[in-house]
Design a protein around this ligand. Structure first.
Ligand code: ADP
Length: 154
C-alpha cells in the first residue's frame, strides 16, 4: 500500500518553515499532498490560486502535489486515500494544540499524525507574523521562497 500523507494548512503564506517540513518528509512517504484548506467564510491575505502556484513552484518533479480543499481534513484524507497527516511542531503551544487533534483523528478515523520538529532556523517563522509585517510594508522575502508568485487579495 502506498504511503500517502496530507500536509494540511492555510498556508497564507507558505513559509520557509513549511517548506522545510515538506522537504524532510519527502523521503518518508511515497506521496505528499499539500492540502490548502479553504474556508469560504475566511478572508485570506493571499489569493488562493496564487498560493497554489507558489507552493507548486517549490516542489517540481517530486512526489508532492498541491490541492485546495474545503470541509473536514479527514474527509480529504479519505478522498486521497491518505493514511497519514503531516504536521510541524515549533513549540509547546503547537504541541498542545496538535496533541488533541492528533489523538482524536487516531480514535475516530484511524489516521496517524506524523510530527516533525522544526529545524532551529525556522522555529520563529509564522504565517501570522509574516502577514502582519507585510500589511505594514515590511520586507518578508527572507521568510518565503519565490515570494513573487504570491498575489495579495484586494
Ligand atoms: P493552520 O492553518 O493549521 O494553522 P499553518 O498554515 O499555520 O496551518 O501551518 C500548517 C502546519 O505547519 C502546522 O502543523 C504548523 O504547526 C506547521 N508550521 C507552521 N509554521 C512552521 C514552522 N516555522 N516550522 C515548522 N512547522 C511549521
Amino acid at each position: 500500500m502506498k504511503r500517502i500523507a496530507i500536509f494540511p494548512g492555510s498556508f497564507d503564506p507558505f513559509t520557509k518553515g513549511h517548506e522545510n517540513i515538506v522537504q524532510r518528509a519527502i523521503p518518508l512517504f511515497d506521496e505528499i499532498v499539500i492540502g490548502l484548506g479553504v474556508n469560504n467564510k475566511k478572508q485570506y491575505m493571499f489569493d488562493t490560486e496564487s498560493r497554489i502556484k507558489h507552493i507548486q513552484s517549490l516542489f517540481p518533479n517530486q512526489n508532492v502535489v498541491v490541492e485546495a480543499y474545503t470541509g473536514l481534513t479527514v474527509d480529504f484524507c479519505k478522498e486521497k486515500k491518505a493514511g497519514y497527516l503531516l504536521r510541524g511542531l515549533r513549540n509547546t503551544n503547537d504541541f498542545e494544540f496538535e496533541k488533541a487533534i492528533g489523538q482524536m483523528n487516531k480514535d475516530l478515523n484511524d489516521i496517524e499524525t506524523v510530527f516533525l520538529i522544526t529545524d532551529k532556523e525556522f522555529g520563529a517563522i509564522s504565517s501570522t507574523i509574516i502577514r502582519e509585517i507585510n500589511i505594514n510594508g515590511g520586507d518578508v522575502s527572507q521568510f518565503v521562497t519565490n515570494l513573487n508568485f504570491l498575489i495579495i487579495n484586494k
